[in-house]
Design a protein around this ligand. Structure first.
Ligand SMILES: Nc1ncnc2c1ncn2[C@@H]1O[C@H](COP(=O)(O)OP(=O)(O)O)[C@@H](O)[C@H]1O
Ligand SMILES: Cc1ncsc1CCOP(=O)(O)O
Ligand SMILES: [Mg+2]
Length: 281
């Protein structure tokens, strides 16, 4: 098979068809996704899930987790506005998800920004997330268990700088690790796959990273046995929605709206012509 020098190896396994079948499953099954997330992202995350066809519930009280978490098809935990009083509920929900055989996804927002946050992320990573999705700086911090340099929630690194860190985090945690950026990198510690969709303006909207993590939870909910494929499909589909939205947007605020509309309206033809996923190893 011919090598594409820029994008890695040409993919023979029908990634667009896989991505479309998972999006179609979300639309038909409407999986319930529990989100324990930061105060910035709640609106965009819930609307991203709804426009994909999934059913979001932003439920974070420890008092409700024993009743509620076992009914969710997947759980998303995001530490963006972490405080000490939220952490026990996050850990409890992760434990209930594991006990009920449900996938859960960790977003280690700004993992390298403080000792408190890094320790919390490392403790959550020990509770066997199915997927960890962060930007490059977050994945490097978590993988090395060390602080910064950090711009807070934004990345100081390119996703391609974090391939080895992602592989070693995947091996240490047993999770699929996804590093978002211009190219989204996904690895199980051995295989490395890249999704090439999206537009740079997506970085100018707060909570796009958080929202794609929740979308990963929805994709993994409908295909829990193939978490790597589900993760890379979710990243690519979100990127395609960004590309379609960018055709109509004038800036970040209108891209936010058009991205959601585009995700809602994606069809088979657009997915097949736009999804760009390649294997790196
Ligand atoms: N330069 C870029 N080109 C295309 N898409 C991008 C680019 N940077 C980020 N994205 C996309 O924006 C979304 C958020 O990623 P990112 O900004 O890395 O996360 P975070 O907000 O957690 O730092 C992802 O879907 C990612 O693919
Ligand atoms: C700005 C901000 N501050 C704490 S959480 C948050 C949102 C981060 O969202 P994302 O990681 O998707 O950029
Ligand atoms: Mg983030």
């Amino acid at each position: 098979m011919e090598e594409d020098k820029v994008r890695g190896k040409a993919e023979p396994t029908g990634w667009p068809a896989k991505a479309w079948s998972l999006l179609s499953a979300i639309r038909s099954e409407s999986p319930l996704i529990q989100c324990i997330t930061n105060l910035v992202s709640m609106d965009l995350m819930a609307n991203t899930l709804l426009s994909s066809g999934a059913s979001p519930a932003m439920i974070h009280s420890a008092d409700e987790i024993p009743d509620f978490t076992p009914h969710a098809r997947a759980l998303c935990i995001n530490v963006g506005t972490l405080s000490a009083d939220w952490l026990p509920a996050m850990k409890l929900a992760a434990q209930f998800a594991r006990q009920s055989g449900k996938p859960w996804v960790l977003d280690p927002v700004a993992a390298g920004a403080s000792g408190f946050r890094l320790k919390a992320c490392l403790e959550l990573a020990e509770l066997k997330p199915t997927v960890i999705r962060g930007n490059a700086s977050e994945v490097i911090a978590l993988s090395k268990a060390s602080l910064g340099p950090s711009k807070g929630v934004d990345s100081s690194h390119e996703s391609t700088d974090a391939v080895e860190a992602a592989k070693s985090l995947a091996q240490a945690s047993g999770a699929i690790v996804a590093v978002s950026g211009a190219v989204d990198i996904v690895t199980d510690g051995e295989r490395v796959v890249g999704a090439h969709n999206g537009v740079p303006m997506m970085q100018r909207i707060t909570a796009t990273g958080c929202s794609v993590t929740a979308l990963i939870a929805a994709f993994v909910a409908v295909d829990p046995l193939h978490a790597l494929e589900a993760t890379v499909s979710a990243l690519s589909i979100f990127g395609v929605a960004g590309e379609m939205g960018m055709n109509l947007a004038k800036g970040p605020a209108s891209l936010r709206m058009h991205l959601i509309d585009s995700l809602y309206g994606l069809d088979d033809a657009v997915v097949h012509s736009r999804v760009s996923i390649t294997s790196f190893s």
